[in-house]
Design a protein. Structure first.
Length: 408
């Protein structure tokens, strides 16, 4: 039995090792990992797909070392995202092949009979369970993923129905996302804002990014914050309410995947109109007395982006263009998704920005997600940045829908 355990440990190590770029002797990178565990089963579509992704994984790894890619941070980021996505599949596939090899070997020994067969027979149930788990993990890993998961994001919060109270709530949502990002170790930057008289926001845009590219795309900013897009409703007594009555108001949250390479979204100079004006928000004398604020109008779509939070007109223009590119890219994706059912399965069902997704009930200290049915009486903690349970519930729902779609 000790002999079998040693073989099992060796197989697992061989399968899991060498996914780094310096592990040239890895079974997967060496091209022989698909031989481990016997001949590939005829007609197994999952294994075929895994092999295709493994081939792409090797190609991407080579491409990432090419001078052209090393000289282009944008290309490196794009390839890095794909490399991380494929690497996850490769690791799971390696574990699957190792589990299959161990089970095949044990069955072969038992089938030969003799003393070894009696030693290894008790191992079979455990190996079968390990293989079933590895097979299930591979099935999940091959489900179509959102290709943007590893991207950074731009979050825009807009006051809706409710006047000043809605603007105050928009400010609460902004701070909630800032605290959530801080807890995750992410970096935030206000790109533009329109403050309200009582300290809220009529409109505010914030960039959220990782400090380093994620090893797993599921750890990306977009992979988490994309589920926040939609209408957020609040029920509470406004500060402007003199009779203690509970009011209902709302704010809209837009989330866009950040565009790394400006070339991803081509914007012709003739398609935009740039207006400069004096900043109206806080920020010091130089902000409020010079034409540093920038408003960019994309003429073909009518999209308008304003940024005024920086003292420099150039920086405000750069911020406005970042937001505009992200918005235009989202429009392009939505159009493609309408035409391509396969792509639609990889997109998030909550992309409908008019959908009411959540209610924040202050009198009951309750938060309710209308998509997933999640409810909790910890509203104070949620507004302090404890968003993970809510986001996890949306991710699980999305995962279940994609599994169902993949199974047909």
């Amino acid at each position: 039995m000790a002999r079998m355990s040693r073989k099992r440990g060796s197989a697992a190590r061989d399968a899991q090792a060498g996914f780094g770029r310096d592990s040239a002797e890895s079974g997967i990178r060496g091209g022989n990992v698909s031989d481990r565990g016997g001949r590939k089963a005829e007609g197994d579509k999952r294994i075929e797909l895994a092999e295709q992704m493994l081939d792409e994984y090797r190609r991407v790894e080579v491409d990432m070392s090419s001078p052209a890619v090393l000289a282009s941070p944008e290309k490196m980021r794009a390839l890095g995202r794909r490399y991380a996505e494929l690497g996850r599949v490769a690791r799971v596939y390696g574990a699957f092949l190792a589990a299959r090899a161990d089970l095949d070997e044990a069955r072969e020994i038992v089938g030969l009979g003799g003393e070894d067969a009696e030693l290894f027979r008790p191992e079979i149930p455990g190996l079968e369970e390990a293989f079933a788990q590895a097979e299930s993990a591979l099935k999940d890993a091959l489900i179509p993923r959102d290709p943007d998961d590893a991207r950074d994001a731009i979050v825009e919060v807009k006051a809706g129905a409710g006047g000043e109270e809605s603007a105050l709530f928009a400010g609460d949502l902004l701070r909630m996302y800032q605290r959530y990002a801080e807890a995750k170790g992410w970096i935030t930057q206000i790109l533009g804002s329109m403050p309200s008289e009582l300290g809220g926001y009529k409109d505010v845009q914030m960039a959220v990014r990782l400090r380093h590219a994620p090893e797993d795309p599921a750890d990306g900013v977009w992979a988490h914050l994309k589920y926040e897009a939609g209408v957020h409703r609040v029920q509470r007594i406004p500060v402007t309410e003199s009779q203690g009555r509970i009011h209902t108001s709302a704010a809209g949250v837009l989330v866009f995947a950040e565009v790394d390479d400006p070339g991803e979204v081509e914007i012709a100079d003739a398609d935009i109109r740039v207006d400069v004006f004096r900043s109206s928000g806080p920020g010091g004398q130089s902000v409020n007395t010079t034409d540093s604020a920038v408003r960019i109008t994309h003429i073909p779509t009518g999209l308008v982006v304003s940024c005024q939070d920086e003292k420099s007109q150039i920086k405000n223009r750069e911020s406005a263009m970042r937001v505009l590119r992200a918005r235009l890219r989202q429009i392009q994706l939505e159009r493609q998704a309408e035409e391509n059912a396969a792509m639609r399965r990889s997109q998030v069902r909550t992309v409908d920005r008019s959908e009411r997704i959540r209610t924040y009930n202050f009198p009951e200290n309750r938060v309710s997600d209308h998509r997933t049915g999640y409810k909790a009486h910890n509203l104070d903690q949620v507004l302090a940045g404890d968003l993970e349970p809510l986001i996890d519930s949306a991710r699980r729902m999305d995962e279940a829908e994609r599994i169902a779609a993949a199974e047909g």
